[in-house]
Design a protein around this ligand. Structure first.
Ligand SMILES: [Zn+2]
Ligand SMILES: [Zn+2]
Length: 122
């Protein structure tokens, strides 16, 4: 994800965008960039797999060669990394049995973290 403007040209680093920043006004650019990031699907619901220990407990063979994918600082295995805009979409993906493992209600999923944060604030 590009986050910085090309200072020499003032051009937006996002591919396909023709926005050019007027000199010396970076707050404008930050606001502009936010319009791009908001459009992206956040990794709230990601097929991130399971923490290595959980995967082993489920009988998943985790070999020494398996490179875990890190999510929220936890090394995970068994996910494909695909992102979903909704929890039920992720659930459907896991239910399809394409070899991905995961837990849609896992506390480490950013979507679930947001949910519990909402509860607390109420
Ligand atoms: Zn742009
Ligand atoms: Zn997957």
């Amino acid at each position: 994800m590009p986050t910085d403007i090309d200072v020499s040209t003032g051009k937006c680093p996002v591919e396909g965008c023709c926005y050019v920043q007027a000199k010396g006004r970076s707050p404008d650019f930050k606001r502009h960039l936010a319009t791009h990031t908001a459009a992206l699907v956040p990794d709230k619901w990601i097929c991130c797999g399971l923490p290595i220990q959980d995967a082993r407990e489920r009988g998943v063979h985790v070999s020494r060669d398996t490179v875990p994918r890190e999510y929220e600082g936890i090394p995970m295995v068994g996910g494909c990394g695909q992102r979903f805009s909704r929890q039920d979409a992720l659930k459907r993906h896991l239910d399809q049995g394409k070899g991905c493992i995961g837990k849609v209600d896992a506390p480490y999923l950013r979507g679930n973290q947001e949910k519990s944060a909402e509860k607390k604030s109420r």
